[in-house]
Write a protein that binds this ligand. Structure first.
Ligand SMILES: Cc1ncc(COP(=O)(O)O)c(C=O)c1O
Length: 429
């Protein structure tokens, strides 16, 4: 059996893939087996070179093959690969990273709790919000409200908060006290709070730009209204910046576009550009103050890898590179170009219903005329032409989303849009 075939067969036999079609795997084997990455490109074992138009899972912000991060990881692992942060044990990478994040984060979000990824960050945020109310003597404030079309991960709390129903339907029993509300109308939140009783609600969580749900952007005033509603009812406002953090939208954090500050902020992905597994939750001074003043005994929340030294060292270097290479500004400028180029597709194609985006999160939604869905076909054909993008068909949508690495240049943006253009023209027939 040759090398490629052997890997394909082993994959089919032993690898249960995350968020994948098992039927497709068993029929066709793995879609790609990647072996190297450089800049915006990935190469598979058959020699196919593809533009990573999704930054893999919206996370490889500084692009592939950055030796600087490998070097830092190697140095940290040689020096101190692991030590615990429980029982107030500490180490320099976690301390320095927490300090750096306090400087970058909006408003008074100053203290960080580290996790291994976004789902753990979300579950942590819900637990910390409830713990805050417990310490405040209001244990009945326990409901968490999230939005329709939202994605918050696959841990039990994160799944329960996720607005995309198929993710919740994957399992039979969810966590209690999670409620969902329309994603773009602040009025709907107000009504739900009044219906449920403000005194029963711990927090409201939102992605500043919804990612997995199809790149949905709230109107300019939405988050200001949300902040006001949360203030009026003393409800904690959590932002899930797992995708939108670290420059993705052309600002350090997505919520910065809307001029409001959350009480709690979840992050992951772009903090290390995917080079190490790291996430976290930042809390406001008020919440940290309450924890400091009211906590007795042990703060009983912690993961083995909370503040992993190698992951924190990689994050520090990644942030340094984002700053040094002006990647936040680049994401903004390239995002403007991406939307302009995608708009041109809309003008030339009647099947395109809407083009939307912010920074390097872009979407083309197709007219859904109850014919076959176009976006899965576009994704498949784009892959054949050397572009990875993603189809979103939740909630009756037919959308292609793109989120390339922040290091992308204008020539590469045009390469992406010309592949999409060709693919759409071919599909139109
Ligand atoms: C907004 C958002 N929150 C949370 C998550 C979950 O993160 P993870 O897959 O690292 O657990 C994701 C993952 O895509 C996400 O997009």
């Amino acid at each position: 059996m040759d090398y490629n075939h052997e890997l394909e067969e082993l994959d089919k036999k032993y690898f249960l893939h995350p968020t994948s079609s098992i039927e497709q795997q068993q029929k066709f084997g793995p879609t790609f087996i990647f072996k190297t990455g450089k800049g915006i490109y990935l190469e598979d074992i058959k020699g196919n070179l593809l533009i990573d138009g999704m930054s893999s899972l919206w996370n490889v912000n500084i692009g592939h093959g950055r030796n600087e991060l490998g070097e830092v990881a190697k140095q940290q692992m040689s020096k101190l690969a692991y030590s615990s942060c429980f029982a107030n044990f500490s180490h320099e990478p976690a301390i320095r990273l927490a300090n750096k994040l306090a400087k970058l984060a909006p408003g008074d979000l100053t203290a960080t709790f580290f996790t291994s990824g976004g789902s753990e960050a979300n579950d942590t945020a819900y637990k910390l919000a409830r713990h805050y109310w417990l310490l405040k003597g209001k244990p009945e404030r326990k409901k968490i409200i999230s939005r329709s079309k939202s994605y918050h991960g696959v841990a039990l709390g994160a799944t329960s908060a996720t607005g995309l129903k198929p993710f919740r339907d994957f399992t039979t029993s969810l966590a209690p006290d999670f409620l969902h509300v329309d994603s773009l109308k602040s009025e709907a939140l107000k009504e739900l709070i009044e219906r449920e009783g403000p005194d029963t609600i711990a927090a409201f969580i939102a992605e500043p730009v919804q990612g997995a749900g199809g790149v949905h952007i709230a109107n300019e005033n939405y988050f200001k209204e949300i902040r006001k509603i949360c203030n009026e009812h003393e409800i904690l406002f959590i932002t899930d910046e797992v995708i939108t953090g670290f420059g993705r939208t052309g600002s350090w954090f997505g919520i910065n576009h809307y001029g409001v500050v959350p009480d709690v902020m979840c992050f992951a992905k772009g903090v290390t550009s995917g080079y190490a597994q790291l996430g976290g939750v930042m809390i406001s001074e008020d919440i940290f103050h309450t924890f400091k003043q009211q906590s007795t005994g042990t703060f009983l929340h912690g993961y083995t890898y909370s503040g992993h030294p190698m992951a924190c060292a990689v994050a520090l270097k990644n942030i340094e590179l984002i700053e040094k290479e002006n990647l936040v500004e680049n994401a903004k400028m390239m995002g403007i170009l991406l939307i302009k180029e995608l708009q041109a597709l809309k003008i030339n194609n009647k099947i395109v219903k809407q083009v939307r985006g912010l920074g390097l999160m872009g979407a083309i939604e197709f007219e859904n005329n109850c014919r076959n869905l176009l976006s899965p076909l576009i994704v498949e054909n784009s892959q054949k032409k050397g572009l990875i993008c993603r189809s979103v068909t939740f909630d009756g949508q037919d959308t292609v989303v793109i989120a390339p690495p922040l290091i992308i240049n204008s020539e590469e943006i045009k390469k992406i849009t010309s592949i999409l253009h060709e693919t759409i023209i071919e599909i139109q027939g």
